[in-house]
Design a binder for this molecule. Structure first.
Ligand SMILES: [Zn+2]
Length: 133
């Protein structure tokens, strides 16, 4: 595994902190790190709320990247409660496809940090409704 994945894992681990914020809001059970094309790492945690107001860690990290003026993702890593299950959900995949409609298939995703198994978004998101091929 290369050093960048290790740096991304360390960044995600640094913000991983499950906590109950109010009676209705909890956060931090899952954390994610996104590597932008420029090489910066952005992190985010999941936020769980009533009435579906929450957000996945991956999308939170992507929004953090966008907030900081970057729009291209190179890699995504998340630390989930179930080890080895690092694939992003459908909503996170949808955001990545819409953000990078001509190049989303190249985004690398860490599936299992223990084994170093990675996959591309194109491999787990074939035949999307947005497809310029
Ligand atoms: Zn998600």
């Amino acid at each position: 595994m290369d050093k960048i994945w290790e740096e991304m894992h360390a960044a995600a681990e640094a913000v991983l902190n499950a906590r109950q914020i109010s009676e209705f809001v909890s956060a931090g059970e899952v954390s994610a790190a996104v590597l932008s094309k420029s090489g910066r790492i952005y992190t985010g945690v999941c936020i769980d709320t009533c009435s579906t107001l929450g957000i996945c860690a991956e999308r939170n990290a992507i929004f953090n990247m966008i907030t900081n003026g970057e729009y291209e993702i190179a890699r995504v890593l998340c630390i989930a409660p179930i080890e080895g299950k690092g694939a992003p959900c459908g909503a996170c995949r949808e955001l990545m496809v819409q953000l990078m409609p001509t190049s989303y298939k190249d985004i690398e995703i860490m599936l299992d940090y223990r084994t170093g198994k990675t996959i591309t978004l194109g491999e787990i998101t074939p035949e999307w409704w947005i497809d310029y091929d």
